[in-house]
Design a protein around this ligand. Structure first.
Ligand SMILES: Cc1ncc(COP(=O)(O)O)c(C=O)c1O
Length: 433
């Protein structure tokens, strides 16, 4: 059979792919990737500031991760954990507690972020004997039914899928840039907490709430960094009412914020975590994590998996943890993040259509608005900038309610020269000509 070029193949089979996925952007004919770069069929080089949406944190094709995966593949590439508990999973289980937030030392391995969230919700209900779940406006937790039931970033993700999981209530997230009370951090905290109180007062008493699930930094919602008091106060409320606090760190985890997890960056303790994406640098793996005290109450047979904790993915994940430590990538994420944010702030000072530049570590974003002081989102302008960045060789991704946020998620190995190059491309992409 004749081997078609990427573009011809795309033309031929695209109509055989579910259109539910089709609005994604862009259709980049990447044929290979290395480190911070993607390469296309026609030989173009792109700085990849998406990391496959926060996945390839140690860079594409990191040789140590590849070697670990290949070595494991030569031994075996599948072993259902219900049948044999294989060594890579055991070694990963031994290693992860050394990088997880304190006390997070028991794991249920799945294949994805959504599965990790499903596990967190199921476990919270199971061990608490309660049903209610409080989630937050603007959240994204995945596409499976439990995960979409606690997701509210866009109505179109939920449209036509009702009924959802019962017992889910939404409170407002602390979003300083768009808080109706004002833009001071405390305004956003007050607004969000009063909305949680409203849920307790009007919809479900706290004694019936099993868990609150929160992204410590909202991802799809627009890389929204809440004031730390928001998370601390939620922690306090959870303690007061015996509610389990779930951190979805699928996107913010594994060094993205300059700490291994946002829970450590904010110094707030979750009871349960959902982790995935960067854990194995692209090999499908995720986990629901908790303390041994709590997770031990999730008894035998209550949850299970065929593919979860795949040996090749586990071997890759072990290598990822080593690379993060050996290459001092948390420190690099902090330094490069600060440098990039400084550049984004300079651009903000020069362009009134940048409503806000924000970031923690290498989880960075710019919110694009109409420059009339109204803060009205301008997704068309954001898309135009993204398109021009792409033409200039820089790949980033959109986020936010209507796609008004441009998010930058470079691999944690990014260096100063690449940050400067990205800022140059960005500057040109924003110029008037
Ligand atoms: C915070 C968060 N949770 C969960 C998910 C779902 O992960 P997955 O696509 O691996 O199911 C995502 C994916 O973007 C995410 O950003």
């Amino acid at each position: 059979m004749e081997s078609l070029s990427y573009k011809d193949l795309l033309k031929k089979v695209q109509t055989n792919l579910a259109p539910s996925l089709a609005e994604d952007w862009p259709e980049l004919p990447a044929v290979c990737s290395q480190g911070v770069y993607l390469y296309t069929e026609d030989g173009r080089e792109y700085l990849d500031f998406t990391s496959g949406v926060g996945v390839t944190n140690v860079g594409h094709n990191h040789p140590k991760v590849l070697d670990a995966a290949i070595e494991q593949m030569k031994k075996f590439s599948h072993s259902a954990v219900g049948i044999t508990l294989h060594e890579p999973l055991l070694r990963l289980t031994e290693m992860l507690p050394t990088v997880m937030p304190e006390g997070m030392d028991m794991f249920f391995f799945g294949n994805s972020g959504s599965e990790a969230v499903e596990g967190a919700i199921k476990m919270a209900r199971y061990v608490s004997g309660r049903q209610g779940i409080i989630a937050f406006t603007g959240s994204f937790h995945g596409r499976s039914y439990g995960a979409i039931s606690v997701t509210s970033v866009k109505a179109k993700y939920r449209n036509h899928y009702e009924p959802f999981l019962p017992g889910v209530y939404f409170a407002d997230y602390a979003y300083p840039y768009r808080c109706p009370l004002g833009s001071a951090p405390q305004d956003a905290v007050d607004w969000a907490l009063s909305s949680v109180e409203k849920v307790f007062n009007h919809y479900i008493p706290p004694a019936e709430v099993a868990a609150m699930i929160v992204e410590p930094i909202q991802g799809e919602g627009g890389y929204i960094i809440p004031p730390v008091e928001f998370l601390k106060e939620l922690r306090r409320m959870c303690d007061q009412h015996g509610i389990l606090f779930i951190f979805d760190e699928v996107q913010s985890g594994f060094g993205r914020t300059g700490e291994m997890f946002a829970a450590q960056a904010f110094n707030v303790r979750p009871d349960i975590m959902a982790i995935a994406k960067g854990i194995a640098n692209g090999f499908p793996l995720g986990a629901t994590v908790s303390s041994r005290t709590l997770m031990s109450r999730w008894t035998a047979g209550a949850h299970g998996t065929t593919f979860g904790g795949n040996p090749v993915a586990c071997a890759a994940a072990i290598a990822v943890q080593r690379v993060i430590a050996e290459e001092n990538l948390l420190e690099n994420a902090r330094q490069m993040g600060a440098l990039f944010l400084e550049g984004l702030k300079k651009l903000q000072a020069a362009h009134s259509f940048i409503g806000e530049s924000r970031g923690l570590g290498l989880m960075l974003a710019m919110e694009i608005v109409h420059p009339d002081g109204s803060k009205a989102p301008d997704p068309e302008k954001a898309m135009q900038i993204l398109q021009r960045m792409l033409e200039g060789g820089l790949l980033a991704y959109m986020a936010g309610l209507v796609g008004q946020v441009i998010r930058f998620i470079p691999p944690l190995i990014v260096n100063e020269e690449q940050i400067h190059r990205a800022l140059e491309i960005l500057e040109v992409s924003m110029s008037d000509d």
